[in-house]
Design a protein around this ligand. Structure first.
Ligand SMILES: [Zn+2]
Length: 144
């Protein structure tokens, strides 16, 4: 199939990158749901798109203590030591301008398995979904 020749999206949706997260990364479209934003952030980590990861943080996101430029550079470099091997979304819900997504991410750092699950909270600011906070737990891809 010709689709196999297309570059698959780094969020592991199985779709071509151009038909998945690329329009969000390029800034030509906004992720319509908290889940779409979460997927695009996972893909951005895998691709080293630090500025996108900074842009999609909510205003109320815990202060990292870093200037946005330095934070973007730091986030861009995460891909140099980590491999993003899988993403499973267990549930996603939105209520007005608040959304929650529960997912499991398969991630390796220098050969070590650092996979995790997370319940992320998203908020919509000026029409755009952004990442507010997350609660991490043990990796449980089979969990419903
Ligand atoms: Zn994607």
């Amino acid at each position: 199939m010709s689709a196999a020749r297309k570059r698959e999206c780094a969020c592991h949706s199985g779709k071509a990158y151009t038909a998945c997260c690329k329009p969000y990364h390029d800034g030509v479209a906004l992720p319509p749901t908290p889940e779409a934003l979460m997927r695009s952030r996972y893909a951005a980590f895998a691709l080293g798109l630090g500025p996108y990861l900074v842009q999609t943080l909510a205003e109320g996101h815990a202060d990292t203590g870093m200037a946005p430029g330095a934070l973007a550079l730091e986030l861009s470099r995460v891909k140099d030591r980590r491999r993003f091997l899988g993403l499973t979304v267990h549930s996603s819900a939105e209520d007005g301008d608040v959304g929650e997504v529960h997912f499991s991410a398969r991630v390796f750092e220098k050969g070590a398995d650092i996979s995790f699950s997370e319940r992320s909270t998203f908020v919509r600011e000026e029409g755009a979904w952004r990442y507010l906070s997350g609660e991490m737990g043990p990796y449980a891809p089979a969990e419903g």
